[in-house]
Structures are given as C-alpha cells and as structure tokens.
Design a protein around this ligand. Structure first.
Ligand code: UD1
Length: 421
C-alpha cells in the first residue's frame, strides 16, 4: 500500500493548475447513458473514482477510450446489461448515479445498495422516493435496488425533504427521458448539478430554473439525446484545498484554471481569517497574512460553506490565533480526522457536531492515517507545516479524488514523496 512521506515545515510558491471536478465528472459520465452518440468529455480528472465509474459503464456493455490523459470518449449505444454490481458500487457510492439514467432508458435496472460509509450513513431513500413518484416500482432484494417502469417514467412533482446532490442529479437524468414535465423543489444548486443541467440543455433537453432550487425538466419520452463535446468544470474542492495549503504555510500561490465564482463561501472565510486575493476570471492568487485570525464555520449546501472543505479548514484553524469553531451539519460522522490532527499536536475539542480549535499550535511530524478523501488532504496540508517527517498512510482515499497531488504540491516546493509500505 502506498503512503506519503512529507517533511516540513516548508513554504509553497508558484502556480498550480486545477483539474476538472470529480463530482461534476461523475454525473456527467452517468449522463452518457442517455446519449445515442459517442460523447467526448475533456478536462476529465485522472483519479480513481472516475476510472471506477468508467469500469461500471464498461460492465454494462458500454465502451470508452482515452484520447489523452484528460479526454475520454464514451459510447453507451449498445448497452447489454442493466445491473450495477456490488463489486463496483461498494468501492464508490456515487455509482448510484447510474440508477436514474438506466431506469429511464431501459425501464428496468438493478443497482447494488451502496452500504455504509466512513462519514455517515448516507441513505438513498430520497432518490428512491422520487423515482417512485415518477412511476417506478422499486423493491430492495438481496442488497440490490430493483427498479422497474415497463412503460417508462412519467413526469412528477418532486419535493426533496433534504437537499441531496446526487439525488438531484439522479432525478434530473431520470426526468430527461421521462414522459412529460418533472419539477424538482428544493433541488441542489451545486455547480456540478448546474453543469449537468447545462450539458443536457445544450443537447436539446428543455430545462428551466438552472442554478435555482426549483427545476423543471421536460422529458423526451425515451428518445436518446445527442450530446456535443464539452469540458468538465474546474474542481472547486481541489482549488480550496490548495488555498488552504498556501494559507497554512504563509505562502503566495496562484491557482490556474479555476472558477473563483464557485469558491465564494471558501474565499469569504479565508478573507475573514486575514488572507487577501488577486482574482481574475480563471485565476486566483492567495497572499499570506501576518496573523491568521480565528474563524467560525457551519457547513451547508451550496452556496453555503462546503462540507468537503471542512477538514482542510480544521487543519488551517490550528494555525489561527484564538478559538475557531467548525460545525458539521451534513454528515454525522465527518470528524475522524480530528484524532489524527491531534496526533500532530493540534488542540481540538469535539462536542457533538462541533469542533473547537484553539490555535496556534506547533505541529510535529508523526504517522497519521487518511480516513476519507477530504480528511486525507487535511493531513497533507497539516504535515507540510509540521516540524519533521509525517507519514500519511492509507492514501488510496486521496487517489480517489486528487489528480497528481504529490506532483502538484512538489512543484510548489513541498517535500513530499510517495513510498510503499
Ligand atoms: C455529494 C458529493 C460529496 C459531498 C456531498 C455534500 C458527489 C459525488 N459527492 O454527495 O462530495 O460531500 O454531496 O455536499 O457529488 N441524504 C438522505 N437521503 C438521501 C440522500 C441524502 O438522507 O436519499 C442526506 C445525506 O445523508 C446527507 C445529506 O442528505 O446528510 C446530503 O447528502 P447528499 O447531498 O446526497 O450527498 P451526496 O450526493 O452523496
């Protein structure tokens, strides 16, 4: 198993190119199940989660080929199979994204239940309830969701009790081939959902309310759509992670290929902490501050502060002067990185869903474990300013979602090496 060895403290400097967003690319790959042509997608991040979903497409009978490292062509015209098996789904929960498109295209499918997850229960009840409202008959049998709609799905009025990102994406894709109009109230407004809507709209599916919590989708009644080539939007979470890596190490770093407008909640909190920015349409430079100020954060759905940036800000708060609080509202168990940051010397107290951080703390290198994808990047950020050598183990989490992390950080001046246990 690979691990990262990081020697600190080091300052970072220079430019880093942000990759395509994993969480945008996943629904967009699932969306190719609605296409009657070969779909060319650029700015595809080269990370394990993407390969996992492409493998699932292949298992279903689709084909894909990479034109270069970040450009893939996917063809699902001749799909032969509508069963997404446990072997794949258990490795990546987002595989559930094939449920909506498979069901709307074929009128039946089977998708394994994703099972437990390190950061919380993460049920899919809202996905299933919405599809049932659209006319699907759903049964859970032997660990699989078995869904049927022999006459196709029908438009419906879906009201999500809770905002769900992949739930919204699943219903949008189901609605795209359904008969009639589907409306979604309390839809997720994440930029990744917006891109899914825009690509479908450009392909002839009429969608109103894009970017709002009220969507209306006019289905094609099972007519597959022609999807033009497009590029995946930049990864706002990867971008935010590099901003935290720069902030914690008093560094000036420029992000390239970024969408600053997708990062406003993150830059807002960094500004409260004292950092300053130079921003253009697609670049951001972060400058250090003499004193990092403490901050209070509550995670929320977009456009609020993203839960996927919570761990990285927790690492950053260890160097803020005073008491910071970070409240996690989305996932009940997303604080496993706290005990690992404590091993590095952080002063953090956990009470219910709130972490209280007292800073600044002198961090010292030691062995730590990556516990989930974003928690892993928090370890790397903290290790870069810890005195001495830190070994970050179980980095397969990182490989799921960060393209060339050690190369990008190494190019910025970090002393980081991938080694084998
Ligand atoms: C997506 C992101 C993930 C991010 C999360 C929240 C992808 C591939 N993953 O995950 O990185 O952390 O959004 O921004 O885009 N819920 C239910 N029932 C459901 C669905 C969700 O109770 O049927 C709950 C969840 O347990 C959670 C909340 O709703 O508490 C939000 O979850 P959701 O937005 O669905 O997260 P994901 O789409 O899985």
């Amino acid at each position: 198993m690979d691990y990262l060895e990081i020697t600190g403290p080091t300052k970072l400097h220079g430019n880093v190119k942000i990759s395509g967003a994993k969480n945008a690319a996943l629904p967009l790959i699932a969306m190719t199940l609605l296409a009657n042509n070969t779909v060319k997608i650029g700015n595809m991040p080269s990370v394990v989660d993407i390969k996992t979903l492409l493998k699932l497409i292949e298992n279903l009978g689709g084909t894909f080929s990479f034109k270069d490292e970040n450009t893939v062509e996917i063809n699902t015209c001749c799909l032969t199979n509508t069963k997404a098996t446990y072997e794949i789904v258990k490795t990546m929960r987002a595989s559930i994204l094939v449920l909506g498109p498979l069901l709307s295209r074929f009128g039946h499918c089977e998708v394994s239940l994703p099972g437990g997850c390190a950061i919380g229960q993460r049920p899919i009840d809202l996905h299933l309830k919405a599809l049932e409202q659209m006319g699907a008959k759903i049964t859970i049998h032997a660990g699989y969701v078995q869904a049927e709609a022999p006459d196709g799905l029908k438009g419906a009025h879906i009201i999500f009790d809770k905002i769900t990102v992949t739930g919204t994406a699943n219903v949008i894709m189901a609605a795209a081939l359904a008969k009639g109009k589907t409306t979604i109230t309390n839809a997720a407004r994440e930029p990744e959902v917006v891109q899914l809507c825009e690509v479908l709209k450009n392909s002839g599916v009429s969608i109103e309310g894009i970017g709002t919590a009220e969507l209306a989708i006019y289905g094609t009644d099972r007519r597959l759509v022609d999807i033009d080539p497009f590029d995946v939007i930049p990864d706002r979470i990867e971008a935010g992670t590099y901003l935290c890596a720069a902030g914690i190490s008093d560094s000036t770093v420029t992000l390239e290929n970024v969408r600053p407008d997708h990062l406003e909640a993150v830059t807002g909190k960094l500004e409260e902490m004292g950092f300053t920015f130079d921003i253009t349409e697609n670049t951001m430079t972060i400058h250090p501050t003499d004193t990092i100020k403490s901050v209070n954060i509550v995670t929320q759905e977009y456009p609020g502060f993203p839960t996927d940036m919570q761990a990285q800000f927790l690492a950053l708060a260890t160097q803020a002067h005073g008491t910071s609080t970070i409240e996690e509202r989305l996932f009940e168990n997303r604080f496993m990185h706290v005990s690992e940051l404590q091993r590095l010397g952080a002063d953090i107290k956990l009470s219910g869903h709130t972490a209280t951080v007292i800073g600044p703390s002198q961090l010292s290198g030691t062995d730590v474990m990556a516990t989930d994808l974003r928690a892993s990047s928090a370890m790397v950020i903290a290790a870069n300013i810890a005195e001495g050598v830190t070994q970050v183990h179980r980095i397969y989490h990182l490989d799921r979602g960060y393209e060339n992390l050690e190369k990008k950080l190494g190019d910025l001046g970090a002393k980081i090496e991938r080694l084998r246990e």
